[in-house]
Design a protein. Structure first.
Length: 422
């Protein structure tokens, strides 16, 4: 496999631009920072100078930025003080409109969160993952073998989206011919409506499309509820004591959560890993010389990409963090993308290194009770993809810059043009 890349043009002096901003005016919630991939210097400055940082004015109101690894972990594990509850604001720096709120177990605190999470947790049990590996590998082989040779195509669409959408369809036992609806609904749920490229351009449009999603899924849900329990997410929800009688908006939010959670982390890491290896040919040489490093590569890719940029909590009481007093009701934003670059916790974090001594030392999956429930499925899909790419010795060339999402929540890609040698 030969790797080459055309490096996209970026701001030649992002560090200088970051140093020119007064500290109290730094606002890292601007989605343009992530579309431009220019966020790094601002976060480096916050980690050094003001790791728990108050932003008094932003498009999303005032909020605290938590930028160091240890402080992020402190917020993650203290759900008694730092709440994920929908009624307090949920998990994003931008609040959902109250009249269109969509609760789900990620937007709950224990015990409600725990009860609903337990309903779907068996889907990622080790025994099931072993059974699932054969299916994932067969599909991955087919997708790679069907890719065109000698002509440009979009890696995001043909590989990242296709593989994750097939996985979603399997997890839900969703009609195969309609599986791309799952991709569309995931994009609707997470889109920044201010982006011209977004599939919806207002919260009302988003809510209308997700209502259609819930109605479609609701028909399948009723069918599963009337049948014997099966091993798919909809059947689990339909027969789970904590989920079988969810109100409509909670059903909408829960299905949206499971669709996004089963899609975006893996999808964007499949593309981000390809870009990272192209930009670091010495690391590819390590991988080719020792394919056993694929497991470590997967963890480094997830750290490096950090597909979920942030998670937000709301303080339920006055507390102290990093020497700062946080008041009840304050937004507290954990910037995973910064925690994964914190040199106080991770050695040489700005380098992409596929054989790190502690490859799982990252916050991309969160921690504590809200740690990503599907992390093992994501890791499995990524591992199999790279094992099969290596097995084919594919000569992949990136022939143009990636098209990145306009988002402060997901660090993702809309497109990546590539070509595989004939």
């Amino acid at each position: 496999m030969t790797l080459s890349v055309t490096t996209p043009t970026r701001d030649a002096h992002p560090a200088a631009a970051a140093s020119a901003v007064p500290l109290d005016r730094i606002d890292v919630s601007d989605p343009q920072l992530y579309q431009d991939d220019s966020w790094g210097p601002l976060f480096a400055r916050l980690r050094d100078e003001d790791p728990v940082h108050w932003c008094a004015e932003s498009a999303y109101g005032p909020y605290w930025s938590v930028t160091r690894y240890k402080d992020i972990m402190q917020v993650e594990v203290n759900h008694a003080v730092f709440s994920s509850a929908a009624e307090l604001g949920g998990i994003q720096v931008e609040d959902q409109p109250k009249e269109m709120d969509r609760p789900s177990f990620i937007r709950m605190d224990p015990p409600g969160h725990t009860k609903q999470r337990k309903v779907v947790a068996p889907m990622v049990a080790p025994r099931y993952l072993v059974e699932m590996e054969k299916t994932i590998r067969e599909r991955t082989r087919r997708v790679l073998d069907d890719l065109p040779r000698g002509e440009t195509f979009d890696w995001v669409d043909r590989v990242s989206i296709e593989l994750t959408t097939m996985m979603l369809a399997t997890l839900f036992d969703f009609p195969w011919e309609d599986r791309r609806k799952l991709t569309f609904w995931s994009d609707v749920a997470t889109a920044n409506v201010r982006s011209p490229a977004a599939p919806v351009h207002s919260e009302a449009e988003r809510f209308a499309e997700l209502t259609k999603m819930a109605e479609y899924m609701g028909r399948l849900f009723k069918e599963r509820a009337a049948a014997e329990p099966r091993f798919d997410l909809l059947s689990m929800l339909a027969h789970g004591e904590a989920t079988r009688e969810m109100p409509f908006r909670e059903f909408m939010g829960t299905l949206g959560l499971l669709i996004v959670g089963g899609n975006d982390t893996t999808r964007n890491s499949m593309t981000g890993g390809l870009i990272a290896l192209k930009e670091n040919p010495a690391e590819y040489a390590k991988l080719k010389a020792n394919p056993d490093l694929v497991g470590s590569l997967v963890q480094e890719t997830i750290r490096w990409q950090t597909p979920v940029i942030h998670m937000r909590r709301t303080a339920k009481s006055d507390t102290e963090l990093g020497g700062k007093t946080i008041r009840a009701g304050d937004k507290v934003v954990m910037w995973y993308v910064s925690g994964n670059r914190d040199e106080r916790a991770i050695e040489n974090p700005e380098a992409f290194v596929i054989d790190r001594a502690k490859p799982r030392l990252h916050v991309s999956f969160g921690a504590g009770v809200h740690r990503c429930v599907g992390d093992r499925i994501a890791e499995l899909q990524l591992r199999i993809l790279w094992e099969e790419i290596l097995a084919r010795d594919l000569d992949i060339e990136i022939v143009g810059p990636p098209e990145r999402l306009y988002s402060n929540f997901l660090r993702g890609y809309r497109a990546l043009p590539v070509r595989i040698a004939a």
